[in-house]
Ligand binder design. Structure first.
Ligand code: FE2
Ligand code: FE2
Length: 270
């Protein structure tokens, strides 16, 4: 299965025509389109309507998405969800979805920081509530992954589960770009590939401690770091996990997800 992923399209009222070419090309090159949040710029219903029209170019294949922080900005999130759902987008918020034998689990996620610097639930109530919210997102991700019975699982997030794909951003922002708490379920359930957005000035690729490949598919980042190719990442998910070699030491999780040959589309389409 070829998964074409992009995040942070930040669709505006004025974006009519801006993404049709990209979505058409994604639908032609892949079996599933994944959208990693910040679907709209200000979380407006009107922006969602524009995006729904743009996505009509991709009607031939499933579109799976999570929301991002921008989609919550204007208090119209329920309308945004309704409009995109009516347009055929499957929005995941702790949900699991199976497509052609591959499982998809999605949550928005939240911040909190990484590793030893991660925010702890200590002191003021508001700090405890912030950490609690991130833990809840991680638990939603875990239960979604647990519900999938497919041999291969793909995780979709808006916030990053690892530090490596936010590096490039100002370090002061790291706590607001993702959380290590989101990483644990990905390792436990041996996810084949993780897609996220949100870190507009981060890095394109990283790995979890267990070697799960993590792709930051933020559209503005793809545009800056690889300006000669369309802003999309295409990853091929094998039908089943690669068997561990008898002679080699630990199995290499990277074998579970391999970037498809010509993994960006061949020419600029937008
Ligand atoms: Fe964004
Ligand atoms: Fe964001």
């Amino acid at each position: 299965m070829r998964v074409a992923a992009v995040g942070d399209v930040h669709c505006k009222k004025t974006s009519t025509g801006a993404f049709q070419g990209l979505f058409t090309a994604m639908a032609a090159a892949a079996d599933v389109i994944v959208l990693c949040g910040d679907l709209t710029d200000l979380g407006l219903a009107e922006e969602a309507r524009v995006l729904a029209k743009e996505l009509s170019a991709a009607k031939t294949i499933p579109v799976v998405a999570v929301l991002g922080n921008h989609d919550y900005e204007s208090g119209e999130t329920d309308q945004v969800i309704g409009i995109l759902t009516d347009a055929g987008v499957t929005l995941l918020d702790g949900d699991a979805l199976e497509i052609d034998g591959v499982g998809f689990a999605g949550v928005k996620g939240l911040g909190g920081g990484f590793g030893q610097r991660a925010l702890q639930p200590w002191g003021e109530d508001i700090m405890k509530r912030f950490v609690r919210e991130t833990v809840d997102e991680a638990l939603k991700l875990e239960s979604a992954l647990a519900r999938l019975r497919t041999p291969q699982r793909v995780a979709i997030l808006h916030y990053s589960p690892i530090q490596a794909t936010v590096e490039g951003e100002p370090p002061e922002l790291y706590p607001f770009l993702g959380s290590s708490r989101l990483e644990e379920p990905l390792n436990r359930y041996e996810v084949a590939a993780v897609f996220h957005g949100h870190a507009h000035r981060g890095a394109l690729e990283g790995r979890t401690r267990a070697g799960v490949p993590v792709y930051n598919v933020c559209l503005p980042l793809l545009r800056v770091l690889d300006p000669d190719r369309p802003p999309v990442r295409i990853v091929e998910i094998a039908a089943s996990p690669a068997p561990a070699s008898a002679s080699s030491a630990p199995p290499v999780p990277a074998d579970r997800a391999e970037e498809a040959p010509g993994s960006r589309l061949p020419s600029q389409v937008e």
